[in-house]
Write a protein that binds this ligand. Structure first.
Ligand code: MN
Length: 191
């Protein structure tokens, strides 16, 4: 079984000016593709030959975990964006955000802080636990909250490769733009 790079649901330049075409060309076309290639090289001959990405994320360690989780995380990240996004959640997800964070603005502030303060490379996450309660967490490197029994809903990639071409060292500017292209219709479907 070969892992494949999923097609993006928009053109490489569709998220401009928030994320430029060149960043998608490298981040999706080079980095994401490299994780796919690496995993396809690592898996043959191991117990994971017929596993899904989710199975590998739950069971593997080392390079196989890192590359499988990076494929999953990047697909999840890129699929959250739209050039014409729903700009705020409604319905059950909105109600849960208000219940657990006080307001949508308070949630965005807390998530932004988690993304901005994560030291080094990693991901900020919004996830739901088995009771539907929402949690904001930070994961280093390829980390994924599924390993802690949570269901991921939203993630922000804060590896420098996600923003350096567009924003150089100014991670908070990237996170500010991130909110402009998150499609809350996608996040609601995940909840
Ligand atoms: Mn990345």
């Amino acid at each position: 079984m070969k892992f494949e790079l999923p097609k993006l649901p928009y053109a490489n330049n569709a998220l401009e000016p928030h994320i430029k075409e060149q960043t998608i060309n490298y981040h999706y076309g080079k980095h994401h593709q490299a994780y796919v290639n690496n995993l396809n090289n690592l898996v043959p001959g191991t117990e994971f030959e017929n596993s899904t990405l989710e199975d590998i994320i739950m069971k593997a360690d080392g390079g196989i975990f890192n590359n499988a989780a990076q494929i999953w995380n990047h697909t999840f990240y890129f699929e959250s964006f739209s050039p014409s996004p729903k700009s705020a959640p409604t319905g059950n997800l909105e109600a849960a955000i208000v219940r657990d964070f006080g307001s949508f603005d308070a949630f965005k502030e807390q998530f932004t802080k988690a993304a901005a303060t994560l030291f080094g490379s990693g991901w900020a996450w919004l996830s739901a636990d088995k009771d539907g309660r929402l949690h904001i967490t930070q994961e280093s490197n390829a980390g994924n909250p599924m390993r802690n029994g949570l269901k991921p809903l939203l993630t922000c990639d804060v590896w420098e490769h996600a923003y350096y071409l567009d924003y150089q060292n100014v991670r908070p500017s990237y996170i500010g733009s991130f909110w402009n292209i998150i499609d809350w219709a996608v996040i609601e479907r995940r909840y």
